[in-house]
Design a binder for this molecule. Structure first.
Ligand code: FES
Length: 332
């Protein structure tokens, strides 16, 4: 997450537990709330081992209606420490947040919209579902989680959506089938998805197999979680006389910048835009591609990677940052 943006002083107004392991935080900035679109998020400064780090959270509902920016934070005791820090905060505590940003815009142009939420991925889709219902759009929300107790906002969503809300509780054997969801969709339908990488990739692969337009498959990728756990890994930058270790809670892009390598371009820092792609010369261990920019075939080739999110698991990597290729991501 970039540290070059402006963060505003704010305080926690209230907290509420809304599901097992999910807590709502109402946050009010000192300089007032800004209007935002459904699907927008804010970045929040968290302290991990007394050092500032940055996390993105979708805004739940409308801030003007709530009188605060409302975010939902999943407790992750085994995570990198950001959620533990936020869960330690109480009403009145101070923190710093960014202005709302809309990187997951809702187009309103499609005759039919399907929203797919996996776990805490419900957060950006909650406001989208309400906005689509209120503007009389044809929308379905499919929400999956391991248990019912881990599902947030179900009553509110059921009141708005009725039978257009479908719950899939995997712990009860209910599974979302991407082919069944996508096959009969209107050709100009749009799909918005937020959830684990495996869920997103399963839907994306069926979407592309059916020759549907990539731009009508819309996704949000906050967690940047991969197939494999985060481990530290050693890096050699072949085009420079430079070796260093990427810490478990650090991205390769951040480590490059910390070591003065500023020739890697970047923008989204969420594995979407493809600007930060670099050459992989060799590696040991497993490459864990966490972007949504490259296709499965490109990822399997293992010759390029997105430095902002992708990692090596249990190994080392030799990279070259000198080639500024303009890559083309999926579909392929
Ligand atoms: S900065 Fe956009 S994919 Fe890495």
């Amino acid at each position: 997450m970039a540290t070059h943006q402006h963060f505003n002083p704010a305080h926690i107004v209230a907290t509420h537990d809304v599901a097992d392991g999910i807590r709502l935080f109402d946050i009010r900035p000192d300089d007032g709330l800004q209007a935002h679109a459904p699907g927008s998020h804010i970045d929040v400064e968290v302290l991990v081992e007394d050092r500032p780090q940055y996390r993105s959270f979708s805004l739940i509902g409308d801030a003007a209606e709530a009188g605060a920016y409302r975010i939902a934070v999943k407790d992750r005791p085994d995570g990198h420490g950001g959620s533990r820090y936020l869960w330690s905060l109480e009403p009145g505590d101070r923190l710093r947040i960014s202005d709302p940003k809309d990187r997951f815009p809702l187009s309103y142009r499609a005759p039919k919209v399907v929203l797919i939420a996996g776990g805490i991925g419900i957060t950006p889709l909650y406001g989208m579902a309400r906005a689509l219902v209120q503007s009389a759009h044809d929308v379905r929300l499919l929400y999956t989680a391991r248990t019912r107790e881990e599902m947030a906002f179900v009553d509110e969503l059921a009141a708005e959506l009725g039978d257009r809300l479908e719950l899939y509780v995997t712990g009860e054997g209910q599974r979302l089938d991407p082919a069944a969801v996508i096959q009969d969709l209107h050709p100009e339908a749009e799909l918005y998805i937020c959830g684990p990488q495996s869920l997103r990739e399963a839907f994306l692969s069926v979407w592309l197999e059916q020759n549907r337009p990539a731009e009508r498959f819309r996704f949000e990728t906050f967690a940047s979680s991969g197939r494999l756990p985060d481990t530290p890994f050693d890096v050699r930058v072949a085009n420079r006389d430079l070796e260093f270790t990427v810490a478990r809670d650090q991205s390769l892009l951040d480590a490059l910048q910390a070591h003065g390598v500023n020739d890697v371009l970047y923008d989204c820092e969420h594995g979407e835009c493809g600007l930060c792609t670099i050459d992989v010369v060799e590696h040991s261990g497993e490459l864990d591609h966490r972007d949504v920019f490259y296709s499965p075939r490109q990822k399997a080739a293992g010759t390029r990677m997105c430095a902002c999110v992708s990692r090596v698991h249990d190994g080392h990597i030799v990279i070259d940052t000198s080639r500024h290729a303009v890559d083309t991501g999926h579909p392929d």
